[in-house]
Design a protein around this ligand. Structure first.
Ligand SMILES: Cc1ncc(COP(=O)(O)O)c(C=O)c1O
Length: 484
């Protein structure tokens, strides 16, 4: 099972995946249908295989991968939570799945109504005034949020050049600010893991366009002084941007709009249980306060009486940021999630996410260093520094060993402000038994570090492939198989 041939190597000349009787409808010659210069000279080098070969090959391949449907996936920051199958069914309803994006508005009223209602619910949960569904992911949402802020200042004739980003922010924040053309200023965190207010003050002036705050931050901690921070930032006329990717820690309990944020993105794939999709086919909905609404990307879904339409007539808009109207199928899933949970259920999402993270934090504390000893939100950061100093075993080794125990590794070496960081997010969807099994595995690995460190250093031992050259894989990406 560890090694098996490529689909190309299974190829047998003449083998087919299906058999149909000869057609009794005379075929039109290809040359009459396709211009000769566009016709292939040779057939493509495709594998010739049976249906059974194909099904077995790809099913087997899928088993070599780890997935949320297979096991616990405590990936801090990235939030790998279970996607209910009911939502998949709803998103595949023919009325949604087969709707052409250019269907006239009068024939797509149901889909537009769904978008409008979803927008109303998200707006209400965020405490904001307007939303856009256009961004395809969280980082794309950040880009849209900052473009909106830039357009807002431009409309007022203000030229602001800086964006302030705490060192506890998600890595995409400074990258986004730089992409939009801002100078990025990094502000340190204090000993409790909060943004250092005194350090922030030094940089607040009329050059500042925005503060990009991740809240809860990448330490999994809620910014305790968020109201005072908002006050200071607004005092110099700058905007409060919330990286609300971690909204699952507060949804239904507190609203970013009430905390003073002017614009936020939320990752539907993190809080509202839609598939994540590697940063691509997700949905990074952006919500804004009313003064920023005119700058949102087009189109915006609006309601006129009992009819819904797409509004393109927005002269101050930053324009289009994506084809069509957002990742519609994911928006259907998020809508289903909101509707099945209701207000009570949503609050329970945040409560359980926080409870689960704190449960793991406290149970692991006797075995692993926990640098910030305070109540966390939906995730927390442990450290493998004790194992490194005591046993010469690194966080990477511990993460690899977890795979042998049947768990996906947590996020490691992030955030950068914690040495040998192990960032754990259990999510609200896991049971007590699963959380306990994870603790047992982590405790067993700690014991192995002391008693048999070589076993941990050389892990994983049970996966299809062992340690890969991750740097080379990232720098020399080569996904193509070339026939001999
Ligand atoms: C706090 C935070 N911000 C932004 C992002 C970027 O989101 P995406 O992966 O959807 O681009 C993530 C992703 O995990 C995140 O955790």
């Amino acid at each position: 099972m560890r090694d098996f041939p490529l689909i190309f190597e299974r190829s047998v000349p003449g083998r087919r995946g299906f058999g149909l009787p000869e057609s009794d409808v005379p075929a039109q010659p290809l040359e009459e249908l396709v211009p000769p210069q566009a016709l292939r000279r040779r057939p493509p080098a495709l594998p010739e295989v049976s249906e059974l070969d194909v099904v077995r090959h790809y099913t087997r391949l899928s088993h070599r991968n780890f997935s949320i449907d297979e096991g616990f996936y405590p990936l801090g920051s990235c939030t790998m939570k279970y996607n209910p199958k009911l939502h998949e069914e709803l998103a595949r309803l023919p009325g949604f799945a087969r709707l052409h994006p250019y269907t006239p508005e009068e024939l797509a009223q149901g889909a537009l109504q769904l978008l409008w209602e979803l927008g109303e619910e998200l707006r209400e949960l965020a405490g904001m005034d307007a939303v856009t569904f256009q961004p395809a992911a969280g980082a794309h949402g950040e880009l849209v949020g900052l473009l909106v802020i830039r357009a807002y200042f431009a409309s007022r004739g203000e030229k602001r050049t800086r964006v302030i980003v705490p060192d506890s922010a998600h890595g995409t924040n400074p990258a986004t600010a730089a992409m939009v053309g801002y100078e990025v200023v990094t502000v340190r965190s204090d000993a409790r893991g909060n943004l250092d207010l005194a350090a922030l003050e030094q940089y607040l002036d009329e050059r500042t366009a925005a503060l990009m705050l991740t809240n809860p931050n990448t330490l999994g901690l809620f910014e305790e002084q968020v109201d005072r921070i908002s006050e200071r930032v607004h005092a110099v006329g700058a905007q409060m941007y919330l990286d609300g990717a971690n909204f699952n820690a507060m949804v239904g309990i507190t609203r970013p709009g009430d905390q003073g944020f002017d614009v936020m993105h939320m990752n539907l794939h993190k809080t509202f249980s839609t598939p994540h999709g590697g940063g691509g086919p997700g949905a990074g909905v952006v919500a804004v306060k009313s003064h920023l609404e005119p700058f949102l990307p087009v189109p915006v879904v609006v309601r006129d009486g009992d009819r819904y339409r797409l509004d393109f007539d927005r002269p101050q808009s930053v324009g289009r940021v994506r084809a069509f109207y957002g990742n519609f199928a994911n928006l259907v899933r998020a809508y289903a999630y909101l509707r099945t949970l209701g207000a009570e259920g949503l609050r329970a999402v945040a409560e359980h996410a926080v409870l689960h993270a704190n449960y793991l934090r406290v149970r692991l504390a006797p075995y692993y260093e926990i640098p910030y000893q305070r109540i966390c939100k939906h995730e927390f950061v442990a450290s493998g520094v004790r194992q490194k100093r005591r046993d010469g075993v690194t966080t990477r080794d511990i993460a690899k060993r977890l795979l042998d125990y049947g768990f996906h590794a947590p996020t490691v070496y992030f955030p950068l402000i914690v040495e040998e960081a192990i960032m754990i997010e259990p999510t609200e969807t896991e049971s007590l038994q699963t959380l306990d099994a994870f603790v047992d595995a982590m405790v067993a690995i700690d014991r192995e570090c002391r008693e048999d460190p070589e076993k941990v250093r050389t892990a994983p031992h049970t996966t299809a492939v062992g340690r890969l050259d991750e740097v080379r894989a990232a720098r020399q990406l080569d996904l193509r198989w070339r026939p001999a």
